[in-house]
Write a protein that binds this ligand. Structure first.
Ligand SMILES: CCCSc1c(F)c(F)c(S(=O)(=O)NC)c(F)c1F
Ligand SMILES: [Zn+2]
Length: 261
């Protein structure tokens, strides 16, 4: 069994090889969201999102996802309200997805996987001088999670999909200078929220998660476009970028709150 586990582990992309747990972690992500166990909190405010599309900088394949990065030197693209004590600045967004449509998301709802999940990463520039500092603090980051489900083609996503061939290999980047990520966020205001962590190293327990209840719809071709990206650099033996999601983590002593009844 031990050698089998070793073999299975070796088959994983280096990022996902154990030890993928942090010793003493009490608020790790992702988790399964058991809808009936979530607690409605009437004091949760609506989340206010205001992004300036011209803060978009570039798309970068960093070897485990593709990140769309933003100029976070000012408060031009921010979120405020929801469970948050103050405003948070948009740093980047990225996705996690599967090799097939049966799995791919990081969080699950009543143990159901979606084929992909969008993460919009924001940091607390009110209290911390830099993103790198905020990553290490309990209230440093706020990540909006949006589930992707198979359905109609998403026109807003298509402009992003059209650029992906240019960042097929790890460590490639392409300029991407106008994009409004709010087109990827469902208009339904309902969300769950809980205290968690990054799902990639350094796995720090610094994330206030805001998971939208409603998924967005994308079509098969758009999911396939994600799957033609590569974990590997140009010239290396090609490894398709798929299944870049972390395994579910124990809920431990946490409650998931909902903004809706
Ligand atoms: C120091 C991290 C660089 S930015 C980043 C990221 F690249 C990423 F992938 C995730 S995630 O854990 O995978 N999804 C929430 C993050 F949270 C991040 F903040
Ligand atoms: Zn993520």
């Amino acid at each position: 069994a031990c050698s089998q586990k070793k073999a299975r582990n070796a088959a994983l992309h280096p990022l996902w090889q154990s030890p993928l747990t942090i010793p003493g972690g009490t608020r790790q992500s992702p988790i399964n969201i058991q809808w009936r166990d979530s607690v409605y909190d009437p004091f949760l405010k609506p989340l206010k999102i205001s992004y300036d599309p011209t803060t978009c900088l570039h798309i970068w394949n960093n070897g485990y996802s593709f990140l769309v990065e933003f100029d976070d030197s000012t408060d031009r693209s921010i979120i405020i309200g929801g469970p948050l004590e103050n405003q948070y600045r948009l740093k980047q967004f990225h996705f996690h997805w599967g090799a097939i449509n049966d799995w791919g998301s990081e969080h699950t709802v009543d143990s159901k996987f979606y084929p992909a999940e969008l993460h919009l990463v924001h940091w607390n520039a009110v209290e911390y001088p830099s993103f790198e500092d905020a990553v290490m603090e309990g209230n440093g980051l706020a990540v909006i999670g949006v589930f992707l489900k198979l359905g109609a083609r998403h026109e807003g996503l298509q402009t992003l999909v059209d650029a992906l061939p240019a960042v097929r290999h790890k460590d490639t980047v392409i300029e991407f200078d106008v994009f409004d990520p709010s087109c990827l966020i469902p208009s339904c205001p309902d969300y769950w929220t809980y205290a968690g962590s990054l799902t990639t190293p350094p796995l720090t327990e610094s994330v206030t998660w805001i998971i939208k209840k409603k998924p967005i719809e994308v079509d098969e071709d758009q999911l396939e476009a994600f799957r033609m990206l590569l974990f590997t650099s140009d010239g290396e033996e090609e490894k398709r970028m798929v299944d870049n999601f972390r395994p579910l983590q124990p809920l431990m002593n946490r409650t998931v709150r909902s903004s809706f009844r």
